[in-house]
Design a protein around this ligand. Structure first.
Ligand SMILES: [Zn+2]
Length: 48
């Protein structure tokens, strides 16, 4: 709760690449740096 850097690990559904996203920005969509596909990123909602 005192972390000011909150990084979430997200797996690209297209290519399976693991991505680390900055959850503090609270974006819900982005582009995979590996396959360049647009992907939806699930919001952090109390889940680990
Ligand atoms: Zn990908």
């Amino acid at each position: 709760m005192s972390d000011n850097e909150y990084v979430k690990i997200f797996t690209c559904p297209k290519c399976g690449k693991r991505l680390s996203i900055d959850a503090s920005k609270q974006f819900t969509a982005g582009r995979c740096p590996s396959c360049k596909k647009r992907i939806k990123i699930p919001k952090a909602d109390g889940q680990k």
